[in-house]
Design a protein around this ligand. Sequence first.
Ligand code: SF4
Ligand code: SF4
Length: 209
Amino acid sequence: MKYTINTIRVLFLGLFVILLVNDKLMLWLVLFGISLLLALFFGRIYCGFMCPMNTLMIPTEVISKKLGIQSDKTPKWLSSGNFGWFALVVSLIAFFFTRFVLNKNFPVLIVWILASVLITIRYKPEVFHNLICPYGILQKIFGKFAFFSEKVNEDKCIGCKLCETVCPSKSVVVSPINKKAKIDSAICLQCTNCQQICPTKAITYTLQR
Ligand code: SF4
Ligand code: SF4
């Protein structure tokens, strides 16, 4: 499963590069718009499988860990949780102003790709995914109502917390009270890391309600 998922990610990254080179990144925005609708049904599959930021953040995190420069902390200026909205508004203004006033294409997504990699060199991926990414803010709204998502079967969960250790967005948390894991579909990237590592096969991609 891991190999297949990584192949899909690389293919979408390749598609992104092709569109970038051919000055057709508007088509990527169309794909993103479609992915928001898909998130209502299948969760944030854009984030887990298609997003060039996530695809580049995965090896960046590995390197950061190996170099021992990853911090467990979250920058204080992000603690309110509102920065993502600010990032979204600024990105939209920059995009529309440069496109319709200056008649130029401002590469908003490229700026955010660079930011995602730089931030992940220092901080855990959940910092960018949950607190900074302007695209993630929109995906979160739609992902919350997803019909299908990764879900924990509490009867099978033994509370080992392995799923927590591999989750890039801190969307799976083991309750300190009943020692059962629970997944928040609004911030789950549907990456299947937890599903792959769970020793009791308690996690499956299934109907939410
Ligand atoms: S890895 Fe599986 S068994 Fe362990 S806490 Fe997570 S869901 Fe429960
Ligand atoms: S809960 Fe599981 S599928 Fe969702 S982001 Fe975390 S590891 Fe990935």
